[in-house]
Design a protein around this ligand. Structure first.
Ligand SMILES: [Zn+2]
Length: 351
């Protein structure tokens, strides 16, 4: 055993002993009901390390690493009922809520708190379509010269008509060949109070000219190399923007916003619905639902997905993507996916 390893083991044992000894003393627990927020506050002498486990929008569990022997918490505000389970090392509290809620937890100078506020669950009425690229930013270009920006716009226009026919309100981030900065696209959707945000794109592969198929992304950190490649390509549009510094500051703010967890789940559900419909209707290669940190999907305060309709780098697929009939088929597939998602969403929330 070398010295480094020995000291690492000693260090780990010390950490372990500290962790075992550091059962924090809880000095106070209370529930504060404000106008539309309910806060559960814990004050402690040591560091509390609660684990928040949600099981549904109307119920969540909190595991706390100490015994709450004299705990007396009575339901208040959005909390309907509380159940406590205690063992020798920890306490598990289950909170039952009066209606579907979002929550976030954070450490405070004197302990820990969980803020609960109602989910604004309403019917899905407004959709923002975002035809990717435009103006000076052509996006991907096929060998024969087909530009992604034009295909995206054509599909978006067809999709808009279908959604409007179904009674939905649809806005487009651009309806002509113009450059729209990425941050403005999400800002536009937020300003329109959109319920869903769909960014439309076409794919390209530098390494495989036979790559083809349909894929749908929802926001997250990119995981695989292929996902990273797609991410870099779509984020390229940032190079056309001058004020990058400010954009990144906004991005951090948004990423810090834990409220997005719930939207992430819905974004995934929407992505899955679109991908499933696309595979059924297009009978094209199923490239699946993927996660990536596309800039355009960040900063959206609503479920958001990015659709890659096919590969412009593939000669056969490029021809298809430029064909109004195939564009209509793609629009139909995305439309079906959105409608299926809305039906599922509304039945889950009893709307
Ligand atoms: Zn694109």
């Amino acid at each position: 055993m070398n010295l480094n390893r020995a000291s690492l083991i000693t260090f780990s044992i010390v950490i372990l002993l500290c962790a075992l000894n550091a059962t924090p003393a809880l000095t106070e627990a209370k529930i504060v009901a404000l106008k539309d927020t309910t806060i559960i506050q814990f004050e402690s002498a040591g560091t509390l390390r609660p684990k928040l486990v949600s099981s549904s929008p109307t119920e969540f569990k909190l595991n706390i690493n100490c015994q709450l022997s004299n705990l007396e918490l009575s339901p208040k505000g959005l909390i309907k009922d509380i159940k406590a389970q205690k063992d020798s090392v920890q306490t598990t509290l289950t909170f039952f809520l009066k209606k579907p809620c979002n929550w976030y937890a954070r450490s405070t100078p004197s302990g820990y708190e969980v803020c609960i506020f109602p989910q604004n669950v309403t019917k899905i009425k407004t959709i923002v379509l975002d035809p990717g690229h435009g103006g000076i930013d052509p996006g991907a270009i096929s060998k024969s010269g087909i530009k992604e920006k034009n295909v995206n716009l054509a599909i978006a226009k067809l999709l808009k008509k279908k959604l409007e026919k179904a009674g939905l309100k649809v806005f487009m981030t651009r309806d002509q060949d113009e450059f729209v900065p990425l941050a403005l696209r999400t800002q536009f959707a937020n300003n329109k109070n959109a319920d869903l945000f769909i960014s439309l794109h076409c794919n390209a592969s530098a390494s495989n000219k036979y790559a083809s198929g349909f894929e749908t992304y929802f926001l997250s950190e990119a995981r695989t190399d292929l996902e990273r490649a797609a991410l870099m390509r779509e984020n390229e549009a940032l190079k056309y923007e001058k004020d990058k510094k400010n954009l990144d500051a906004d991005l951090d703010l948004v990423l810090a916003d834990l409220l997005q967890t719930e939207q992430l789940k819905e974004s995934y559900n929407l992505a899955l619905a679109i991908q499933t419909a696309a595979v059924n209707i297009l009978k094209d290669t199923d490239r699946g639902v993927k996660q990536a940190g596309f800039y355009v999907l960040r900063g959206c305060f609503m479920p958001a997905v990015l659709v890659e309709c096919g590969f412009l780098s593939n000669r056969v697929q490029a021809r298809q993507l430029n064909d109004p009939k195939y564009q209509n088929k793609i629009a139909e597939a995305i439309y079906q996916g959105i409608i299926n998602y809305i039906k599922d969403y509304e039945s889950r929330y009893g709307l």
